[in-house]
Design a protein around this ligand. Structure first.
Ligand code: GLN
Length: 202
């Protein structure tokens, strides 16, 4: 089986957790901090962290346009939490100077769950993963407020005050989750992404 090379954008955030999860799924995972590294990967993960900080560092490291270009050219990508925010085409409740990558036609609200439910865990039914619910860890998470016609909704919050809010989506080879599969020990979302990268390579 081919071993895809998957980059983890390594400017800020929980890079190590994604590298570990991808490695366990059979990918060769590398940190991406420069264009030459970006050029060498078959897919890119944008980790959880602080979206406005990652946005600023994308500009400082002159990676913003190169990442946008690769996404336009069809590079598979997966963003968790801050990574989801960065993959959006429109972001609510962020800094006016924050950049985004428009990898998925969606409007995302940053820190959407509010102060009182800053962090929580729940079980989600996740489209395409039929062997039981996904344990989802949310940490100052965004949700998806609106999706374009080409976006597939993979998971929504099942109950409580945020019931029905969209927390996982896919458009083509680009995947995003509000939560952090990289910290739960459940590798199925990463495996789904690695499979997508493999399919693209085949
Ligand atoms: N609240 C963070 C942001 O705005 C995201 C939190 C996370 O990635 N855990 O980027």
């Amino acid at each position: 089986m081919t071993k895809p090379v998957i980059g983890v954008l390594a400017l800020q955030g929980d890079v190590r957790e994604h590298v570990a999860a991808l490695t366990e799924c059979g990918a060769q995972a590398i940190g991406v901090r420069r264009v030459a590294e970006l050029d060498s990967v078959d897919g890119l993960v944008i980790p959880g962290g602080e979206s406005t900080t990652i946005s600023r560092l994308l500009e400082v490291f002159e990676l913003l346009e190169p990442v946008r270009r690769r996404l336009r050219d069809g590079m598979p990508a997966f963003g968790s939490c801050a990574g989801m925010i960065l993959l959006a085409s429109k972001v609510l409740d962020t800094r006016p100077d924050a950049q985004h990558l428009s990898g998925i036609d969606m409007t995302v609200r940053r820190n959407a769950f509010g102060r009182q439910v800053d962090s929580f865990e729940t079980d989600l039914k996740f489209a395409g993963l039929d062997d039981g619910p996904v344990r989802a860890v949310f940490i100052r998470a965004p949700w998806v407020e609106e999706v374009g016609p080409e976006v597939e909704v993979l998971a929504s919050v099942p109950e409580g005050p945020a019931a029905g809010r969209i927390v996982a989506v896919r458009q083509g080879a680009v995947l995003a989750t509000s939560f952090h599969p990289e910290v739960s020990g459940d590798l199925r979302v990463h495996r789904m992404f690695v499979d997508t990268v493999r399919e693209r390579l085949a």
